[in-house]
Ligand binder design. Structure first.
Ligand SMILES: [Fe+2]
Length: 250
């Protein structure tokens, strides 16, 4: 191919066995129009992570083992409160319980980014356990206990305002959720990004790569630069940081 990198090495990298030299990565970035600095850092296992801005509420990442990696769910709560709102439910209820912070006794709402085993395990059980009528889901998601939440729809729970953005690409039904708490302290937004964007990477475009790329660019541009991004996999990052370094934001 144009980058003159052996196909076997590219396939190994796709299969999580990267053996690409910096020269390979530079040529790949050039041939594919990717961010060279970000791709080289990622390929060398040195993708930089930003100092995430302080949020006006507490964010509890619930990191759960899944396959060869980890999946994240998130609880958002007023600091010191015993209740909050939950985003995704991880691979299963046992893993979710093991990751659950002791201080949080109940949830006021559950939101789902997309239907995939490592994010929806035990979803309806969680909804029933906390006496909720349904989980807020992307429009078109096939979830028996789901209630559709479409583009621009906004919900309030206590001080939290949650706005849904329809971001198909990784899946046909996929939402990101922007969380703010305007009454707590101005500024400080959180984007629950599901499998749209990760620190230094993006979700697979299993439904439509073109749509994923479009929504990726749209979302990173739509939120304030310091917005904390909480992805379905991997560490926290910020919108500004991913715009600058994410190799796949083109
Ligand atoms: Fe995922």
């Amino acid at each position: 191919m144009r980058a003159e990198v052996p196909l076997a090495r590219i396939l190994d990298a796709i299969d999580y066995r990267p053996d690409l030299s910096s020269a390979d990565l530079r040529r790949l970035a050039g041939a594919l129009g990717l961010n060279e600095i970000g791709l080289c850092a990622l390929g060398c296992g040195q993708y930089p992570l930003p100092e995430a801005a302080a949020l006006p509420f507490c964010l509890h990442p619930l990191r759960m083992a899944h396959g060869i990696g980890f999946a994240n769910a998130y609880l958002v709560a007023v600091c010191g409160a015993s209740h909050g709102i939950l985003f995704d439910t991880g691979p299963d209820i046992v893993a979710l319980q093991a990751a659950w912070p002791r201080a949080i006794k109940t949830v006021d709402a559950v939101f789902l980014t997309h239907v995939e085993g490592e994010h929806t395990g035990g979803l309806c059980e969680v909804v029933a356990r906390f006496g909720l009528s349904a989980a807020f889901c992307p429009t078109g998601a096939k979830v028996p206990c789901g209630r559709a939440m479409g583009e621009g729809e906004r919900m309030r729970f206590g001080p939290f305002e949650v706005t849904a953005f329809s971001t198909p690409g990784h899946a046909s039904a996929h939402n990101c959720y922007l969380v703010t708490a305007p009454s707590e302290r101005p500024g400080g937004a959180l984007l629950i990004s599901g499998d749209l964007v990760f620190a230094g990477s993006v979700g697979g475009g299993y439904f439509c790569h073109r749509q994923l790329a479009t929504h990726l660019r749209r979302m990173l541009g739509a939120v304030p630069p310091q917005t904390v991004i909480a992805p379905g996999h991997g560490p926290l990052t910020t919108a500004e940081h991913e715009l600058r370094y994410n190799p796949f934001v083109v």
